[in-house]
Design a protein around this ligand. Structure first.
Ligand SMILES: [Mn+2]
Length: 335
């Protein structure tokens, strides 16, 4: 795993100064946007609008997960497969995006595009003109808080709610090992800024529809435990499951975390066929500290990336059963 080089506190202030120096922002996050991606973007957009900036929100997902529709400016989202990245004076801001290919296409690193990259992925390629990347942050939202705090941006209740959402989701509700004392100090600060944490977590986790639970009941009987003392778990989800349950791809959110609560399981893989049946298969991995293989190890073997303990990959023209078999063979040969 590539370790983030040279992160220091000055990167925070530098990122803040770059934000202040530009009046026109295009903000983007990674494809298959999650709570950290959406929370971070909506926080920055809210802070930008409060400071009189003109902001646009672009992304490569046709739609954002409805779970996060309670966040401000959700309806500003514009779906774009690619952008030309050549608007004069525009600052292109990437949040929670480890490389330029993970979201809206068209960013050419050789063009020295006016861009800012704020992220916490350890495998970030530092692709932008300016990079503020700290792999020790629980979430991009946590790092973004530090950027805004360093530059004395006003953390309004709305901004705080967005940041809280990002930190809460990427830290698994403060259960993952990326949760630090600093994470909790920042959360305390956000609560002081007006966040009603019980209210926000109602939106984030107390929101399962019967269709989502139905999908999980199709997937869970296929859960396979294997390896020495059953430390590995793989679960497969087929396109048909989504049809029968009457739900979409967003319904898989939370399933890996549920399986990780199984006693003794050290690594879990979910292998999901895109319900659009375009041959895509999504892989998601979670691992614990005691696992002989990290989530990142197996994700990178399968052509993806992410964090050491939470990583994923997208396979084109793939088959769920074949992908699951390759993962199982890899895990068994590395235990
Ligand atoms: Mn993140």
């Amino acid at each position: 795993m590539t370790k983030t080089k040279n992160f220091n506190e000055q990167d925070l202030l530098r990122a803040s100064e770059t934000l202040k120096a530009h009046d026109n922002w295009s903000v983007m996050a990674h494809r298959k946007a999650d709570g950290d991606a959406i929370g971070s973007v909506s926080a920055l957009i809210t802070a930008g609008l409060n400071a009189g900036k003109r902001v646009k929100w672009f992304g490569a997902d046709p739609e954002l997960p409805v779970t996060y529709s309670f966040l401000p400016h959700y309806d500003r989202y514009i779906y774009r497969d690619s952008l030309s990245f050549d608007e004069p004076g525009e600052l292109y801001i990437f949040l929670d995006c480890s490389n330029e290919n993970r979201g809206v296409q068209g960013f050419d690193v050789s063009r020295n595009i006016n861009s800012l990259n704020i992220d916490h992925h350890g495998d970030n390629t530092l692709f932008a003109r300016e990079n503020c990347v700290d792999s020790l942050s629980s979430s991009t939202a946590e790092l973004l808080f530090r950027v805004l705090y360093a530059g004395n941006w006003e953390i309004t209740k709305q901004v705080a709610e967005c940041l809280y959402t990002g930190i809460f989701t990427d830290s698994g509700g403060f259960t993952f090992s990326n949760t630090s004392a600093l994470t909790h100090l920042i959360i305390a600060n956000l609560i002081e800024s007006g966040v009603d944490s019980a209210h926000i977590t109602d939106f984030i986790i107390q929101n399962k529809t019967p269709e989502i639970i139905k999908l999980w009941t199709y997937a869970l009987p296929r859960l396979k435990l294997f390896g020495h003392e059953n430390i590995f778990a793989v679960v497969k989800i087929y396109a048909d499951d989504f049809d029968r349950a009457g739900t979409d791809i967003s319904a898989t959110t939370g399933l890996p975390n549920l399986i990780m609560t199984l006693r003794g399981v050290k690594l879990i893989a979910t292998v999901t066929e895109n319900p659009a049946r375009n041959g895509e298969v999504f892989l998601s991995f979670r691992s614990r500290e005691q696992s002989p293989v990290t989530a990142w190890n197996v994700a990178s073997f399968m052509g993806g990336g992410g964090h050491q303990r939470a990583a994923g990959a997208t396979l084109k023209k793939a088959n769920v059963d074949e992908a699951a078999s390759r993962i199982e063979a890899y895990l068994l040969s590395h235990e």
